[in-house]
Design a protein around this ligand. Sequence first.
Ligand code: AFP
Length: 331
Amino acid sequence: MTRPTLIEHIRTTERLHPGATGELSRILARLSLAGRMIAQRLLNAGFLGEHGETGIVNVQGERVQKLDELADATFVRVFESLGSVCAVASEERAKIHAFDDDESKAGKYCVLFDPLDGSGNIDINGSLGSIFSVHQRMDVERPVSEADFLQRGDAQVAAGYILYGPSTVFVYTAGDDGPVNGFTLDRSIGEFFLTHADIQMPAGGGAYSVNESNEGQWDEKTKELVASFRQGRAPVGKRAARYTGALVADFHRTLLQGGIFLYPGLVDRPRGKLRYLYEAAPLAKIAERAGGAASDGSRRTLELEPTELHERCPLFVGSRGDVEYAVESLR
Ligand code: AFP
């Protein structure tokens, strides 16, 4: 039997919600289009002169790679004139980007993305990803503003990511109680097919995933927590250390095999490195919908209230037992 394509799956799901207007379906379809376009671009970038830096430093103080810029432009382009999306926010941009055609101005959705996550892996042909989050605009009567984007993670109407690894995988969840489904791109025909239906994060086992070179920047409780994973003293026992430098790749492994990914606060950066709206909140929604958990070390990630577009937060995400153990250890 042929597997459902991503678009067929989205339409089938839409029919289960009688009041649905089809707008969210179109947004998800456009996100998958961006994923296919970026995946294709990554394939040939090495010999088209598209590796390397642009010479620009972004709002995060990070050096922008040419592919960061290309991926960002791709995500913006797919939502231009769609009508349902009034504005987008990108990890690469200081401010939101509002669309100015009349239909878009009335659009009820805001889309946020980290267009190319793990860009340090570009030059080594390592895994990369894109992360996205969809929110409903707070008030369609007012012109869209940054305030429409500063919403808690539990208000997301959809969230997901695209992993560009040996194959390209699109993983998403929609609604308050939707499952997490994964689709793999058949490059020969440019179509995503359902390969991972209703993903459930294993309750135990799996690796622990953290940049251990930051140890000197952790507080004593964090040092002890990571040592307990390394030495097999955590409840689940001995496990491997795995860290790729691309959050999407580390998260995807954690989602499928269980375990924990952590990016704790650092002495000189108490909020750590990861961005709440573009990274932590969407992955927290996926984790919870797959039976896992996500915390900033004391609070549920999805309940944090962002006050800035590029706000950072510590992230502990993975199998529920591991995350609860981490929170307990840090108390
Ligand atoms: P870049 O996209 O700037 O490479 O950042 C990647 C990332 O946000 C996330 O994907 C990684 O998990 C994390 O940073 C790696 O950060 P460290 O290099 O500090 O471990």
